[in-house]
Design a protein around this ligand. Structure first.
Ligand SMILES: C[S@@+](CC[C@H](N)C(=O)[O-])C[C@H]1O[C@@H](n2cnc3c(N)ncnc32)[C@H](O)[C@@H]1O
Length: 299
């Protein structure tokens, strides 16, 4: 057995991640013969994680930098087969973990459903781990209602591993980031898919990376909103500042560019070109939206 960077997580010789008596099978993107309904083992202790080992190691490298971080209220976007929700529950033991997914629960396959139900019942997790199926991350009203009802309107950690689509990821960020407590973290996973090989079939989907650029600009313009941003190859960790935010929060409103007069003139003169580019993006987004929205990474 090889010790992971984050104790007590252990990588087993079976290629699974072990945590206490729980086992997490890894389903890497693009490689899997494992689909959620192929989790053959119904023992309440075996779960599927739709992440590669390398992504988990990026978390493992990050978390030791925050020895005092003890998230009590966690919001996860993207349940898939439930493995990551169980892992987060066991790792942090939060008072409340809510997770949402666009899918119906029965779509994750009977073995995963039974393992999740067994885990929740046997460990009496019903009040602490709440899964919201058929919930779109772009449904900002529902997201806010869930946070207010389940988490008292305060979050310590948000992990967005949902659609990885620009518009939806931005909507969730603007809806949930105001609830993140001072010093808490918001993680956007797989932000760099448009910069990596293997995502050629997503070519008509607006990329997510410009959102991360905007969030870095936000840290530069408004440190009270975004205190810091840590970016790795596939993960972005965004730390909440102390400025109060409400439902009107929009990233662009807090970004202030200084421009010389000539730069301002150039900016105004470039308006038709920017308008045309936005029109083209709109056309691309329209065609992309004709591809089923619940694409996640399962495509
Ligand atoms: C990469 S998987 C999540 C993996 C999971 N966190 C894990 O580690 O095992 C992405 C999930 O996001 C869900 N998803 C896709 N679009 C969504 C949306 N608009 N709202 C909510 N969930 C969405 C998909 O159904 C899929 O289950």
């Amino acid at each position: 057995m090889e010790r992971s960077l984050v104790s007590p997580l252990v990588w087993g010789d079976d290629g699974c991640l072990h945590l206490g008596d729980l086992r997490f099978r890894i389903q890497p993107f693009g490689l899997g013969p494992i689909t959620p309904d192929q989790a053959e083992c119904v023992d309440g202790r075996t779960f599927v994680l739709y992440r590669d080992r390398w992504t988990l190691e990026q978390y493992a490298a990050f978390l030791p930098r925050l020895p005092a971080f003890d998230p009590k209220r966690i919001f996860e976007i993207g349940i898939w087969a439930g493995g990551s929700a169980v892992l987060l529950s066991e790792l942090f033991r939060p008072a409340k973990l809510v997770a949402i997914d666009l899918k119906r629960m029965d779509q994750i396959g009977p073995a995963n459903v039974r393992n999740l139900e067994y885990y929740i019942t046997a460990r009496e997790m019903g009040d602490r781990l709440k899964l919201f199926w058929e919930t779109d991350q772009g449904d900002v009203k529902r997201l806010r209602d869930i946070v207010r009802r389940e988490c008292g309107g305060v979050l310590d950690l948000v992990i967005d591993d949902g659609s990885h689509v620009y518009r939806l990821t931005k909507q969730s960020f603007e809806a949930l980031f105001p609830f993140v407590h001072l010093g808490g973290w918001y993680v956007v996973e797989d932000w760099s898919w448009d910069l990596q090989p293997g995502f050629e079939s997503w070519v008509h989907t607006p990329p997510l990376s410009p959102l991360i650029t905007s969030i870095v600009e936000l840290a530069g313009s408004a440190p009270g909103v975004v205190k810091s941003v840590l970016v790795s190859h596939g993960l972005t960790f965004i730390q909440r500042g102390e400025a109060p935010l409400d439902e009107t929060f929009q990233i662009e409103r807090h970004i202030h560019h200084h421009r010389t007069r000539s730069a301002s003139v150039r900016h105004v003169l470039s308006y038709p070109r920017r308008l045309l580019s936005r029109f083209r993006s709109g056309i691309r987004a329209f065609y992309a939206s004709r591809i089923p929205r619940a694409r996640g990474r399962e495509q």
